[in-house]
Design a protein. Structure first.
Length: 180
């Protein structure tokens, strides 16, 4: 058996951390998708994470002793999940447009077509991924761009915004993907 190349290892790490590890239309069996992937998740705007869904210390294993004291300052409160990600970069001053391509997975809770509950025989509840995204030719002009909705029909609340600034040496571009 041949050892994986560096590129293959990098791709495995990206799929494991960001997804989709199971392919473009994967099924995730976890209670929440955020339990499967550690990075790159954008929740709808103003989504709150309840204290019971935040990381907790695991209860003691059977037979283990608890000799410590409770940390009374470690109270969990409701937190907000990120709904926006962005990036900034420079573009050659002679450019007039840039091609922007965005892609994401839209996970919906449905019954599996292949997995069943062992006790009832009913379809097992899973998160099914639907690939989403698109490409856009963004004109380079000073100021804020009009919002672009890559999935205007299926997910109109997802939009891309840009702030563009011309300098003597280049265009400075900041892009923001927003899950509204």
């Amino acid at each position: 058996m041949q050892a994986p190349t560096q590129a293959e290892l990098e791709a495995l790490v990206v799929r494991d951390l960001l997804g989709p590890a199971g392919g473009e239309e994967e099924e995730v069996v976890n209670k929440h998708v955020y339990e499967r992937y550690l990075i790159g998740m954008l929740a709808p705007k103003d989504t709150q994470t309840l204290p019971e869904d935040q990381d907790n210390n695991d209860p003691l294993e059977e037979g283990a002793e608890d000799t410590g004291t409770l940390d009374s300052d470690n109270t969990q409160t409701i937190s907000f999940t990120p709904s926006t990600m962005g990036m900034s970069f420079r573009v050659d001053p002679g450019a007039t447009h840039i091609k922007v391509t965005v892609g994401w997975g839209h996970y919906q809770r449905v019954g599996s077509e292949s997995l069943t509950n062992e006790k009832t025989g009913n379809p097992k509840p899973i998160w099914r991924r639907t690939p989403r995204g698109g490409s856009y030719l963004l004109p380079l002009r000073d100021g804020r761009s009009e919002p672009w909705h890559p999935e205007a029909t299926e997910q109109p609340e997802v939009e891309l915004r840009a702030i563009i600034r011309r300098t003597d040496a280049c265009w400075m571009v900041s892009l923001f993907l927003i899950n509204g």
